[in-house]
Design a protein around this ligand. Sequence first.
Ligand code: IMP
Length: 441
Amino acid sequence: MPNIVVVGTQWGDEGKGKVVDVITPHVDVVVRYQGGNNAGHTVVVGREKYVLQSIPSGILHRGRRCVVGCGVVVNPGALIEEMEALVRRGVVLDGNLFISKNAHLIMPYHPALDRASEAKLGSRRIGTTGRGVGPAYVDKAARVGIRVGDLLNERLFREKLEMNVAQKNRLLREIYDAPTFSVAEILDQYLRYAGWLAPYVTDTALLLTRWIESGYSVLFEGAQGTMLDIDHGTYPFITSSSTTAGGAATGTGVPPTRIHGVLGVAKAYTTRVGGGPFPAEMSGKIAEHVQARGNEYGSVTGRPRRCGWFDAMVLRYAVRVNGLDTVALTKLDVLDQCAAIKICTAYRYQGGILTDFPEDETVVAEAEPVYEEIEGWLATTSGAKNEVDLPAKARRYLERLEELIGVPFCLISTGAQRDETILCETSPLLRWFPSVRSSVL
Ligand code: IMP
């Protein structure tokens, strides 16, 4: 059975939640492998809207096993709130949710450090979600982090907490002039969380390997996007985890040899939240139009997202670093009322033309987009069941994008509902999951 990774190809918010939701009925297990509650995966089921932050969106499908892998950073209070909200809406977690012992915890001092550090950076600030994700990964890399499994050993947890609080309080007081934390308060709160979470905590790497050996199919659900990857993104304006496909192996303990394919998710245009270079950024009326029509506001922070044209440089880069087999294109309908549509095909830099996404942050910051302009289709795409039902000009847009990025589309999404999805006939998705057709009818 195929094990497939779903990754964001841009700066996050590509609509991965919906794509995962369409594929989930055809797999046995869905696993998150990086990030934390900085992510927000929105899934619309009928009239119900769910925003999931740490739990894989596969949990909305009865009987699917969902795993929070070791590469994720877990804020236990936020996770418990998310669990309670799901239970209130009738979602069964017992026997379906598994949390890695080795996932690191977001502690109360992490969001405080996140915000204090951002304030100090001034104009160089990243524009983080303020959830403490970066500082939690800092502790992981510095080997002083506290892991979910530590919650189950009170003595060890207390020891690690005391050491960390002493260190972080010094930092908060002396470097940032910010309020400090008390060991007793955190201990009390986190031991209560431990009681709640204990039944779900386990060695998920072992579990996943056993499931794969017994023929289960696993979907790896990426959060954020390629351009926010700690190594391959637009550093330093990135998140602190491995958002690209390689992270699926390290963030779960499933070896790369057990992963059979990678599906990228891209919006029909581009968005970015927070600071950092964005060569194909729109401005003026068109930016306002796309932002309003696409409801481009952060699902976690509510911040308005910056909007831009489809950037084929970014997509070609995502194809390369993730080894994408195919791309699901979302939110095509947002462009329905645009009279003219631009596609960024290359960058102009110091008099020359770049056709590969540059690694150097100063080059990206100075690069100017080279655009190709096509006529808009000025017609509704929502509700189309097949590619042939789309307006001819919309089909031409899709064909041109495929040509520029070099891999075929597998799904075209034209609305938030599950059935507002077109399945592309030649898509590798049909090879991996022949029954996926039933999900989009
Ligand atoms: P952090 O992940 O909170 O440290 O934020 C670092 C950068 O990643 C900021 O630019 C955030 O706006 C961005 N970011 C983090 N999570 C998401 C997401 O789920 N969607 C889009 N951008 C995100």
